[in-house]
Design a protein around this ligand. Structure first.
Ligand SMILES: CC(C)(COP(=O)(O)OP(=O)(O)OC[C@H]1O[C@@H](n2cnc3c(N)ncnc32)[C@H](O)[C@@H]1OP(=O)(O)O)[C@@H](O)C(=O)NCCC(=O)NCCS
Length: 162
């Protein structure tokens, strides 16, 4: 299935908020923070459409002078999962980051989040660091990193476990 990804703006807040609410029970962005980030323009938001469900979104931070692009959030509505939206969003984010001369992408993921870890492994992410008690409930975060070229390429391959 081909997935359409576009840059989102403040007008997309309802959809992004709905995807967040359906995807995270803890550590989710409050609506007012989402609004602030969407208006502020320092965080880039991408939206992917799906035939069913609300689709998915990704929030990306590209700091001037930094070669590291940070993924703040990635979520796909439960009704739109396993259709390639997550991968398409990561690939589109990597293309944006490459255009800003970034060399690597970095993100944090709960150590127990097997689905997300599988997706990230598939797009070339590897363990970079580990942050104990990073989340409010005390869970460890894995810091994953990937070369931009690995994330943006069109033919993902399975890699070894993290
Ligand atoms: C993780 C998440 C973003 C994946 O989105 P998605 O659109 O379903 O992912 P894709 O369809 O692009 O999946 C691509 C590949 O990733 C792996 N993958 C994705 N979800 C998986 C799952 N639940 N179990 C095992 N592997 C999975 C598979 O290899 C999959 O390829 P396949 O469907 O051909 O087997 C989605 O499950 C989600 O929003 N989860 C809740 C929020 C979250 O955890 N976000 C990440 C925070 S760091």
């Amino acid at each position: 299935m081909s997935v359409t990804v576009r840059q989102a703006g403040p007008q997309d807040i309802d959809r992004i908020d709905a995807i967040e609410a359906a995807s995270f029970s803890a550590d989710r962005f409050a609506r007012r923070n989402l609004r602030r980030m969407l208006i502020g323009g320092r965080t880039l938001f991408l939206l992917a459409d799906a035939p069913a469900g609300e689709g998915g979104y990704l929030a990306l931070s590209l700091r001037r002078g930094s070669q590291v692009a940070r993924i703040y959030s990635l979520a796909v509505d439960p009704g739109s999962r396993r259709q390639g939206l997550g991968e398409a969003l990561l690939a589109a984010a990597a293309q944006l980051a490459a255009a800003r001369a970034c060399r690597v992408m970095r993100l944090e993921v709960r150590a127990s989040n097997g689905a997300a870890i599988k997706l990230y492994e598939r797009r070339g992410f590897r363990l970079h660091d580990r942050r104990n008690a990073y989340y409010e409930d005390g869970e460890t975060a894995l810091v994953l990193e990937a070369p931009i070229g690995a994330v943006s390429r069109s033919d993902p391959t399975e890699h070894g476990r993290l």
